[in-house]
Write a new protein. Structure first.
Length: 591
């Protein structure tokens, strides 16, 4: 144990002397209240400490004691349905013990030491085990089977192991290591948050993460194990988009990190998620969710830790073979915490005052995503998808955090305030957004949805781009200058925007669309486009084509329930053909 004295206090930064024997990233206790901090810089015997709590009242000469261990998280049964702060203190437990207001210096254990879990062994005495092997299982809740794994860098022979009810620190058995020492096998393990958990092999992401959000799945898909960012100005719907992803994505678990955002947004999550039914399991959505809350009124320094805490928990579940989504809201607030600490450390500032290492820190976060072959026996595969919101000031995506993020991630869902003001949600701008996974996922969509899925979605993007070009012409010379074909294109593009891309997150029948329904909606719109071109070619007036009664039926197609859409879509398709045939017949009679 190393003990030093405070020399300087500057906001969340404390400089202590007499710390020569301490290590970088050691957790320390500062002052009489034993505030939790982390050493982030060493100069001789002086340690610069990032304190994760309010530092008022600290002064020169106060004691600083190093624990000798890095900032780590507790990993085991009890993580799910829980809500933690940025350094994994359980907020609900703290509220029950200390009241609604957080008291400084509380060092509450993340996992309940009293609760018993029923452990079922998968190994027996005499078995050799290696890192990542599964000792046994705990049914954490009705949704998730928690697999108790051999920690990384551990291997040996099981001396004994038994089924029963155990606390997370209780010994379910004993493991004899190669050097002859015997250790307890417990339900819990610890892992330092700044170190990525190891895996056997990284795989190319080839399966899409189905979100049920039409602009994302059809135009800008993300793969399981992929990375994405959602930048947008205030009021453009970043939080709602992230809530939708957390609710409807076809992943096994979600780790939602509220990093520096307003407290009422986390309150919305806490109120909504327990009442929402997971479409995959029929159970509460909270049963597959871990929440990390470090809101804007909490200490700035803890924002930096919250991102690492969340992704380490996600890696732990990935190592069990699950598909996990990490949703960080928002990395801009995390970058602001980096900027504040960098300024107090008197480091040379980079662009807009952010530290020069901003890009590398962002990369360290996003590069922990991926689809992997996990450690341990068999070919257990897990996937970790990382989705980060970015909150550029004034919606300016040329600012450093957004640009650094775009150099790292493969999917960009650019939110547009002008779309949001027009009540077009999700306000994803189809002209600026992109996904680098489209070609890689083409085979999956062809096999599981339709062979012409990529053709239809590609055509959709082309029509929207052509609409943008045509609108420029309309502004210059007016609508009358366009050919009938181009006027029909504008009508079809409007149908794509309003009938397909717009989606109501608060309407039960429209908040989630299956891939089959998305494909059917696009097929319906382009069937109308092709039939309309046939009518114009036969001499029909483009205004008559665009004003056909079936146009309204296409617009209402998204409100048709999933159970009956096939029959009703087939009826609408027949109406399109019938009304176009009637229009052509009238045009021929008039001519």
């Amino acid at each position: 144990m190393v003990e030093g004295k405070i020399r300087k206090v500057s906001g969340p930064l404390v400089v202590a002397e007499g710390m020569r024997e301490a290590n970088l990233f050691d957790v320390v206790h500062v002052g009489a209240n034993r505030l939790i901090g982390e050493i982030i810089e060493m100069h001789g015997d002086r340690a610069s400490i990032q304190v994760y709590e309010e530092t008022s009242g600290l002064g020169r000469g106060d004691a600083v004691v190093s624990t000798g261990a890095p900032l780590s998280v507790e990993l085991g049964p009890g993580l799910l349905t829980n809500i933690f702060d940025g350094i994994q203190r359980p907020l609900e437990t703290m509220r029950e013990k200390y009241g609604s207001n957080l008291i400084r210096g509380i060092d509450e254990k993340a996992l309940d030491r009293d609760k018993k879990w029923h452990f079922v062994p998968a190994k027996q005495a005499g078995d050799e085990v290696h890192a990542g092997d599964i000792y046994g299982t705990v049914q954490e809740n009705e949704v998730i089977l928690h697999k108790i794994m051999v920690p990384p860098k551990k291997a040996g022979t099981i001396v004994d192991i038994a089924e029963g009810d155990y606390a997370v620190t209780g010994a379910v058995g004993h493991l004899k290591l190669a050097d002859g020492t015997v250790e307890d096998i417990t339900l819990m393990q610890k892992w330092p948050v700044r170190v990525a958990r190891p895996y056997r092999q990284k795989l190319p992401p080839v399966d899409p993460m189905i979100t049920g959000q039409r602009p994302i799945d059809a135009l800008f898909p993300i793969a399981k194990g992929g990375t994405a960012c959602v930048p947008g100005p205030f009021g453009s719907g970043k939080t709602v988009v992230q809530h939708q992803l957390a609710k409807w994505s076809d992943v096994d678990l979600v780790v939602y990190i509220g990093c520096g955002e307003r407290g009422n947004e986390m309150t919305d999550v806490l109120r909504e998620f327990p009442d929402l039914v997971d479409p995959k399991t029929g159970k509460s959505l909270m049963e597959r969710t871990v929440l990390i809350a470090n809101t804007s009124d909490m200490p700035v320094a803890a924002r930096e830790a919250s991102i690492y805490t969340g992704i380490t928990i996600a890696e732990y579940f990935r190592d069990m073979g699950y598909s996990v989504a990490v949703i960080a809201d928002s990395t801009s607030r995390w970058a602001e915490a980096l900027r504040e600490m960098s300024g107090r450390l008197e480091e040379m500032p980079g662009e807009e005052g952010y530290p020069a290492y901003l890009t590398s820190r962002l990369a360290q976060f996003y590069e922990r995503a991926g689809k992997v072959v996990c450690l341990g026996e068999g070919d257990r595969e897990g996937a970790l998808s990382a989705i980060g919101a970015v909150s550029p000031q004034g919606g300016d995506i040329s600012e450093p955090v957004t640009q650094a993020t775009l150099r790292i991630v493969k999917v960009f869902w650019g939110l547009d305030s002008s779309l949001a003001y027009r009540r077009h949600f999700p306000a994803i701008n189809w002209l600026t957004s992109y996904s680098l996974y489209r070609e890689r996922l083409e085979g999956w969509f062809s096999e599981h949805v339709s062979k012409d899925w990529t053709t239809l979605t590609g055509r959709c993007l082309r029509v929207l781009q052509e609409e943008s070009d045509l609108q420029e012409i309309v502004k210059l010379v007016g609508m009358d200058a366009l050919s009938p074909d181009d006027r029909l294109k504008l009508d079809v593009a409007q149908s794509i925007r309003e009938d397909f891309l717009q989606q109501n997150a608060f309407l039960d029948v429209d908040c989630y669309s299956s891939l089959e329904k998305q494909y059917a909606m696009l097929h319906l719109i382009f069937h109308f486009a092709d039939e309309g071109m046939r009518a114009i070619g036969a001499g029909a007036d483009v205004e008559d084509v665009c004003n056909l009664p079936v146009h309204e039926s296409i617009g209402r197609a998204k409100t048709i329930p999933e159970k009956t859409f096939k029959e009703e879509f087939a009826e609408i398709e027949a109406q399109i053909t019938s009304q176009i045939d009637h229009l052509i017949k009238n045009a021929k009679e008039e001519n």
